[in-house]
Design a protein around this ligand. Structure first.
Ligand code: ZN
Length: 304
């Protein structure tokens, strides 16, 4: 996939008015129509989960710095983290800041870290919230969570955004409970995406762990088949884009946040994530940018 092809796809989405360029790669506004596709897809997933009894949690797109530190994310993915900084100085510092701004110099050096970090994956705020309730019941927990997420990876590929939304379900409990949940959603996710007539493959995958130690973590994750991705070609037919992921974290988060099962052992967790921008872009790529001209069954399925 050449940069030219990525730029052509990005520009066609902007020209069609579906995405609104901001001048920063990977940061776009969305049109009303784009949002209606997103909402239609969310409704489709919610209909599938209607009888599961998931508890809804919604958070602003930040996690506390303390929770972020406990997550271990900085160890594995420092390259993706977006920390939130703010001005914390006195009047003299303010005057210096303004002088630098005026002169077109770097004004960011005086910015200080706040108590929050951008949410890297929608499920992260759910774990400390669950841990704070004390030990789980024998049934464990099932959470419905959606969030804007930030990952610092500016790209010409419109399918690689820095700010995007994930719709997730998170299962917390015993290993057999969370594995059964992940496998159920692998089947459901495939049926939903195939029902929208998108070409897909499901493959064992790994997270983008950083550095040399990260390569070992990635290969161990693959060997144990902890992560599966459902891929659909968007910007490239050769390198399709992950639209859904099905993740078994073992007891990583149970340990990190001290989430306990009813027998006192650390809880296991799994999550299924739908990349709402990726899925919308996949629909636009395969059914065309002229949404009213999409096949009637697809429009009906999405309530368009
Ligand atoms: Zn997750």
């Amino acid at each position: 996939m050449s940069d030219e092809a990525r730029i052509a796809l990005r520009d066609s989405l902007v020209r069609a008015g579906l995405l609104i360029a901001t001048g920063v790669e990977g940061v776009f506004g969305r049109s009303g129509l784009f949002e209606r596709i997103v909402e239609g897809f969310c409704d489709l997933v919610d209909a599938e989960a209607a009888n599961d009894g998931a508890e809804v949690m919604r958070f602003p797109p930040v996690v506390t710095r303390a929770d972020f530190e406990r997550s271990g994310y900085m160890k594995s993915f420092p390259q993706l983290v977006g920390t939130v900084h703010a001005f914390n100085g006195n009047e003299r510092d303010h005057a210096t800041l303004l002088r630098r701004l005026e002169a077109g110099e770097d004004w960011t050096a005086g910015q200080a870290a706040t108590g929050v970090v951008f949410t890297p994956a929608a499920c992260y705020p759910a774990y400390p919230a669950l841990a704070a309730r004390g030990a789980l019941s024998a049934e464990g927990a099932l959470i419905d969570i959606t969030s804007w997420c930030f990952r610092h990876e500016p790209s010409l590929d419109p399918a690689r955004m820095q700010l995007f939304r994930q719709k997730e379900f998170v299962r917390v409990g015993a290993p057999d409970q969370v594995i059964a949940f992940r496998d159920l959603w692998k089947t459901r996710g495939e049926a939903i995406i195939a029902g929208l007539r998108l070409p897909l493959v499901i493959e064992v995958a790994n997270d983008p762990f950083f550095g040399r130690a990260g390569r070992m973590l990635a290969s161990s994750q693959r060997e144990q088949a902890l992560k599966f991705e459902l891929l659909v070609p968007i910007a490239s037919d050769i390198a399709p884009t992950a639209c859904c992921s099905f993740n078994y974290h073992q007891d990583h988060f149970g340990h990190a946040w001290d989430i306990r099962r009813d027998d006192g052992t650390p809880a296991h967790t799994a999550c299924v994530g739908f990349g709402l921008e990726h899925i919308t872009l996949a629909l636009l790529r395969h059914h065309g940018l002229d949404v009213p001209a999409w096949p009637a069954d697809i429009r009906t399925a999405l309530g368009l």
